[in-house]
Ligand binder design. Sequence first.
Ligand SMILES: CC(C)(COP(=O)(O)OP(=O)(O)OC[C@H]1O[C@@H](n2cnc3c(N)ncnc32)[C@H](O)[C@@H]1OP(=O)(O)O)[C@@H](O)C(=O)NCCC(=O)NCCS
Length: 311
Amino acid sequence: MKSIQIQRLKAPVPPELSTMTFSAYRHLLEMQRTSRHPTDGDQKQIDPWALGAWHGDEPVGLLLAELPVDDPENVHLLSVFVQPDHRRRGIAEALIRETEEHFKPTKRRHLSAIYTTGKPGVACLERLLARRGWDPPQGRTLSVRFTPEAILESDIMLERRLRAQRRGLEIIPWSEVTAEDIAALRRSDEEAPWIAPFLAPWRFDRNGFDPSSVAARFRGDIVGWIITHRISFDEVRFTCGFIRRDLSRRGRLMPLYYAVLQALKPTPCSHVTFVTPFCYPEMIGFIRRRLAPVSEFVGETREVHFELPEA
Ligand SMILES: CC(C)(COP(=O)(O)OP(=O)(O)OC[C@H]1O[C@@H](n2cnc3c(N)ncnc32)[C@H](O)[C@@H]1OP(=O)(O)O)[C@@H](O)C(=O)NCCC(=O)NCCS
């Protein structure tokens, strides 16, 4: 029987291996300094790092990681994949072990990974990392994916309730928000901070946004937004949604979601992905109670860490 060989990948990476990671990460296999999501305006520079597994001449597994340029102690695993015919032979474990061995004698001894639950491989990976002494996984965000129709036709979007939630708000396409609006928004937030720092719109629209993105005005001021991005031909991600806290009660963000979903209706978008950090418990409660029952996928993103002992 042929043995398994594991090798550090250098450009050019064999094309068979590039199908073994998520399409959003394929550009990393050029093995050149870049960012994780360059088309989303991600500025954080990283160096890709990868191991391939071969059975004879056949590439059978890939582990892809990133080395953050401004963070010299971290290695972030992005994906691990083994061809179905070669699973349960310890290849994933060998890929992880080799990664640990490679970084042990270096300064980069903090390993981490973020992944989404829901697929059978994930439970297998969690067991594998636990066996190797990694810390227990922690929940980070809750993701749901649904069809625009499933939400528009559900009782979440009752016209009567939406009318009440919309009162006083003017909902406009994000593309109609002017540079003066943004300058005023920044000024008011600098004077008395009210925008959740992680949800400021300028973090998300600088390298483009989907035309379905919307803003809400209240008494002339921009007070809320939903910035969306098209992540594939037929899928849109709700990347950031926020409304001023004094207006956020009683589902005032709901008419903005409605406006986005209406804008998506005539487009080829058949799926919407929605991700919320666990640090927003009200939103998490809403997703679990209301969105999850009409969603086609519900998953958690989890993170897991491991501090490598010094060699
Ligand atoms: C998750 C994944 C990478 C695991 O790859 P793998 O090579 O099968 O993993 P391993 O062989 O190292 O370990 C898998 C299991 O096989 C068992 N195993 C390993 N060698 C074995 C052997 N010789 N005989 C029998 N079982 C064996 C392991 O104990 C482990 O069992 P467990 O799931 O009960 O803990 C693979 O299933 C996969 O590619 N899935 C799709 C992608 C994915 O979900 N990736 C994870 C998120 S990015």
